[in-house]
Design a protein around this ligand. Sequence first.
Ligand code: DGL
Length: 248
Amino acid sequence: MLGVFDSGVGGISVLQHLRKLLPNERFLYYGDSANAPYGSRTTEEVRQLTLAAAEKLTSEYPVKALVIACNTATAAAVQQVRQQYPDLIVIGIEPALKVAADHFPGGRIGVMATEVTLREEKFDTLVHRFEKECTIAKIPAPGLVQKIESGKTDCEETEALLREILADHIGKLDALVLGCTHYPFAAAAIGRILGENTAILDGGEGTARETRRRLMEKDLLRSGEGCVQMENSSGDPQRIALSMELLG
Ligand code: DGL
């Protein structure tokens, strides 16, 4: 079984790619919506919540790999999770800045992500790697995760919030990197605001490819029929229904 974890329903945008690339795998998706959003918490809080989720998944299910489908949890805690579970394959996600820099050399790139992701050292290191080649704008998006968590992915309310968040960047970006796994669910509204001259990129597919590579390397790929099981810390059946709807 593959454990896939996020602070809420956002990691389902990564699960979509995982399911496509690894159709024979059994996935257990765990969203910690009871504690979302993680992105405005302290680093220590995100670390403790991520370690608690990893403990839950590894103790309750026979997981052969854990995908941290959350940029915020990866930035704050992937190192600690790897230390705690040295024998487990642990895959994290980070903003797809490399993909953007490769596609748009010398380009103007925006990275939209949570406060925690944007302030962590891991992100600074990533920015330093590419800032000589590109102009990079950090774009926090307060309130957007809450909209997605309540199922408001493409509606007037969410579009109005996005217009405020992106106001200074319209017509000024070659690419916008969605550095939070919740944001791809608002990609349609983001695309309408930024227009067709701005590419919208995210790290979901790259993370799924890396997961497949790591499983192949250890000969851990499964055959037979795949499946997805959804769990959510909120215990709210509507949240599970939303999760299935977002998975498509
Ligand atoms: N989906 C998460 C990420 O990729 C964070 C959302 C939150 O703030 O809880 O960063």
